[in-house]
Design a protein. Structure first.
Lengths: 218, 339, 386
């Protein structure tokens, strides 16, 4: 046996006065409700007809991201701040001879940003990447109509260097690094040879002779 | 109108075919229009706009576009469904709703079938809808559809009684079941309408009739069978494409049918409310249609205002409120007539 | 159906007939279960004998994500997404916990702004709860009216922080943006606009006889059962228990404002029925409007980012913090191991606990009532499943 259905019991054992009061209340509240909806027939609509009419979003609206690559110094702050890891950034150190220019905030750029991808499908539009940027180059715009047919088109490539250029830069830098490493190695060897040519000073009794400097490529 | 056609064509069969087709000329465009109207009325009551784009001016072609879309949809039948019943059900519902128009007078010159038991026929034929709904619910092989169908059967059958009793009160005053005669007895200014006769009994009978007719057509507050929020779509959950469109159109046709009966019996049908002013066979059509559309509008108005009654409350209203009061009205009218 | 007990019919020879029960599934795709919730109903005709809720369809590993975050700040967008309908409340609870762990005090202006946002969010959340509840019982129009009013609140939020639903606004130590110019006037205008609307909702829905018949005496939750199950928020207050964390376990500056705690009184039926819970929410909206107006009056000047720490590195320790959200008591249990990323964050969501009452109060109701009862618990599945 399960508990009886209370509502049925209440609905059935209704005394006479209650019965008439119910009917009266039923009809009266229905009429009040009808009056409310009827009045609303004459209030103007609160909706606008998108896409013919579009609302202007407020200034602080957080929609699609935009990166001004001229100001990007490749510091990875936005990448570290992002909770969903939608950034893919790659930087290459520039050679001392190359001049990458200055950002609009007055910082000298020292890194080539060879890849700066944002997967806007992963982005959760939290805006956490905007605050840490030292040059304020990443912003949230008010663009909200950017659906694509192909999911891969939602990976936005902001880098201003083409892949070919990027490969070139990497090759140049790698070569420069190699040259520097070779020069350093040669210099270290020459220093070691010069050191070996000099006679070692007589060590004071009891003290162990000083050990030769370790040869480590810098 | 029958005479006119006979004289023109001298051909019995053609005459009767044309007579039969005329209501269809009204009903089919009306159904399209009523769906659009429902959407517009609901939209404006809810402070929004409704269809605006299809066809230009306030989206008048929206229903047309919907029907075209539904026609080309794939007709999905659940694999474990009862195929024959599943196929027949929407047509039964459609037929039940549309056949009622045969005996309803659209004007003094036009009535599909001027039978002496017109009212009886109308009430009987519109009960066919129950069979269709039960078939739809059962054949879908879906527990929720079954729920919807069973509730619907209980509801419609229960509400037939107050409907018939309320109409009976008018029949007692009119003395005939012939709808054309009932209409002709209400000629004159609007105080000749049956609504204001034997006050307040017929007035109460009218309220009872209107409320019961809401239940007959499964409209809120009695739309438990198709309660969207509980049963997804009730008995027509498993229907797609044209069959779904049939259910839809049948519902709107039914709405107009009950409005038409109500306006015929209580509000003077095709009679002008101003006596001889603006009356005549063509004006009759206008008055009849406007009165019908007015009640259709009130039905829509109620739908967007009220929440839904639970099944047992629905039954309570029918058996414990409407039926006793309908009996009381009949008694009242009876005594009045005797005195 | 007109019997008080479903009879076991017996033949004249004494053999009793079998009444078959039916198992029917409500959800996970269902217009009324407020999200992906599966309710397994065992019914005998229309009467429900048992309800077994199945959850987990929206589980998104919030707690595991928190452990993988590199700092406490990054957790806040995830908190938003748990109770997406009342995101400010969710964020605030977590941020309060971290601030207590760090031991920092936020400026007065920040406190006022936070209270305003929290109360605005409470109104917005209740509007959804009541609107969808009307939809569940069949009234389509109040839903749209309430959403129209909610739009105004969301517009206020959008001008402040840029987002309409998932804000990432309340930060550890402050808020992300100061109030934009004109906000105070707009918020005051909203409160003035909103109070007559509550009267309109009452006319249209609350005191409508059909609505009362659907919700009064339905799903009665006795006070002791509510407390035993750990319910909170309007579920608990609807049962007559006068308990509100803003007053009884005070946090922020709530103790400076004059407002009433709304409690269900059983006006239309029994204390603790669906109508009481519905009305508690309706009246709470009015009280929230009171709080907002008072906070706007008392708003001091200041820098909202003054107390935001550069690096969030709490000492090793743990704490449990609880605040009153629109749905009830949100709790966060935060364990810190001294590093910049949280060691463990457990979220105690009110909807999860409130949902557990459902099997108890649905017994003996009809299927239509189950919908009404589930709607009155006001669950958000994002919160239930986390």
């Amino acid at each position: 046996m399960y508990p009886r259905c209370r509502i049925l019991v209440d609905a059935l054992n209704v005394p006479m006065r209650e019965y008439f009061r119910n009917i009266y209340r039923g009809i009266w509240t229905v009429l009040i409700g009808m009056k409310v909806t009827f009045m609303h027939l004459f209030t103007p609509a609160v909706t606008i007809q998108y896409p013919d009419v579009k609302l202007k979003l407020p200034e602080r609206a957080r929609n699609r991201l935009y990166v001004n690559m001229d100001d990007c110094i490749g510091c990875f702050q936005c990448d570290m701040a992002c909770p969903v890891d939608c950034f893919k950034i790659e930087t290459v150190k520039s050679l001392p001879t190359e001049d990458l220019g200055m950002t609009s905030t007055g910082q000298k750029k020292r890194l080539w940003v060879t890849q700066f991808d944002i997967d806007i499908a992963k982005c959760c539009y939290c805006g956490l990447c905007v605050y840490p940027c030292p040059t304020e180059c990443i912003k949230m715009t008010d663009v909200y109509e950017f659906s694509e047919f192909d999911r891969h088109n939602l990976i936005y490539n902001y880098a201003t260097v083409t892949p070919a250029e990027a490969a070139e830069i990497k090759a140049r830098t790698a070569e420069y690094e190699k040259e520097q490493a070779a020069k350093k190695a040669a210099a270290a060897q020459a220093a070691a040879a010069a050191k070996a040519a000099q006679p070692a000073p007589a060590p004071p009794s009891g003290n162990p002779p000083p050990s030769p400097p370790a040869q480590s490529p810098s | 109108m029958e005479q006119v056609l006979q004289n023109l064509l001298h051909n019995d069969i053609l005459t009767y075919v044309i007579m039969a087709v005329v209501p269809l000329l009204w009903i089919l465009p009306y159904a399209l229009f009523a769906v659009w109207l429902e959407r517009k009325v609901s939209a404006h009551m809810q402070d929004r706009l409704g269809p605006m784009r299809t066809g230009g001016w306030h989206g008048w072609a929206q229903t047309l576009a919907d029907i075209l879309k539904l026609i080309q949809k794939e007709d999905i039948v659940p694999s474990a469904a009862d195929k024959k019943l599943h196929f027949v059900a929407p047509y039964l519902v459609f037929i039940g709703s549309y056949a009622a128009f045969a005996a309803i007078p659209f004007s003094s010159a036009y009535i599909g079938s001027n039978i002496n038991i017109g009212l009886f026929y109308v009430i009987a034929v519109s009960s066919l809808v129950v069979v269709g709904l039960l078939m739809a619910g059962w054949a879908s092989n879906n527990k929720w559809s079954l729920f919807g169908a069973v509730r619907s059967a209980a509801q419609i059958v229960s509400y037939e009684i107050p409907t018939a009793l309320a109409l009976l009160a008018v029949v007692m005053v009119a003395g005939t079941l012939n709808l054309q005669t009932i209409n002709q007895a209400q000629t004159g200014w609007f105080w000749n309408w049956y609504l204001f006769q034997k006050f307040p009994f017929i007035f109460i009978a009218f309220i009872i009739y209107f409320v019961s007719s809401l239940a007959e057509t499964n409209r809120t507050p009695f739309d438990i069978p198709e309660a969207e929020s509980e049963l997804v779509a009730g008995y027509h959950t498993e229907y797609s494409g044209m069959k779904f469109a049939m259910f839809f159109l049948a519902e709107y046709a039914n709405m107009f049918a009950v409005s038409a009966i109500g306006s015929t019996l209580f509000l003077g049908g095709w009679n002008s409310p101003f006596g001889d002013f603006l009356s005549g066979p063509f004006w009759g059509v206008f008055w009849f249609l406007s009165k019908g559309m007015f009640f259709v509008f009130v039905q829509m108005w109620l739908r967007w205002t009220l929440p839904r009654l639970r099944v047992d409350q629905l039954m309570y209203v029918s058996w414990k409120v409407l039926t006793p009061w309908a009996f009381a009205c009949i008694l009242g009218v009876g005594f009045w007539l005797m005195l | 159906m007109f019997e008080t007990d479903i009879p076991k019919f017996k033949t004249s020879t004494g053999r009793s007939l079998r009444n078959e029960e039916m198992i029917i599934n409500m959800g996970p795709q269902h217009p009324s279960t407020h999200g992906v919730l599966r309710l397994e109903l065992v019914v005998d005709g229309e009467i429900v004998i048992e309800v077994i809720p199945h959850i987990g369809y929206l589980h998104r590993c919030f707690e595991k994500h928190c452990e993988a975050m590199t700092n406490y700040q990054q957790v806040i967008p995830y908190c938003d997404r748990m109770d997406y309908v009342a995101a400010m409340n969710m964020e605030y609870s977590y941020v309060l916990g971290v601030e207590r762990l760090l031991g920092i005090q936020v400026p007065e202006r920040v406190e006022h702004i936070r209270v305003i946002m929290l109360e605005l969010q409470r109104i917005a959340s209740h509007l959804i709860a009541l609107g969808t509840y009307g939809l569940d019982v069949g009234a389509f129009t109040p839903f749209l009216f309430m959403f129209r009013d909610r739009e105004r609140i969301l517009d206020l939020f959008e001008t402040t922080c840029g987002a309409r639903l998932l804000y990432n606004y309340i930060w550890v130590g402050g808020v992300s943006h100061d109030l934009p110019p004109g906000f105070i006037d707009k918020a005051k205008a909203f409160c003035k606009y909103f109070r007559p609307k509550i009267k309109e909702y009452n006319d249209l829905l609350s005191f409508n006889d059909i609505f009362i018949k659907r919700t009064a005496n339905v799903g009665v939750l006795p006070a002791d059962v509510a407390i035993a199950y750990g319910s909170s928020g309007p579920m608990l207050r609807g049962s007559g228990v006068n308990w509100d964390l803003r007053r009884d376990d005070p946090y922020s500056i709530y103790n400076r404002f004059q407002w009433e705690v709304e409690v269900g009184k059983g006006e239309m039926g029994t204390v603790g029925d669906c109508w009481d819970r519905y009305m508690v929410r309706m009246r709470e909206m009015e009280q929230s409007a009171n709080i907002i107006e008072q906070a706007l009056e008392q708003m001091p000047e200041g820098d909202v980012q003054a107390a935001v720490p550069k690096r969030i590195r709490p000492n090793t320790g743990d704490l449990y913090v609880r605040t009153e959200s629109a749905r009830g008591e949100i709790g966060f249990y935060i364990v810190s191991d001294g590093s910049a990323s949280p060691y463990r964050v457990k979220a105690r969501s009110p909807s999860f606990v409130n949902l557990s009452v459902l099997p108890e109060i649905c017994r003996g109701a009809m299927i239509a009532d189950v919908v009404a009862i589930a709607g009155s618990t006001d669950i958000v599945l994002g919160e239930v499943d986390r």
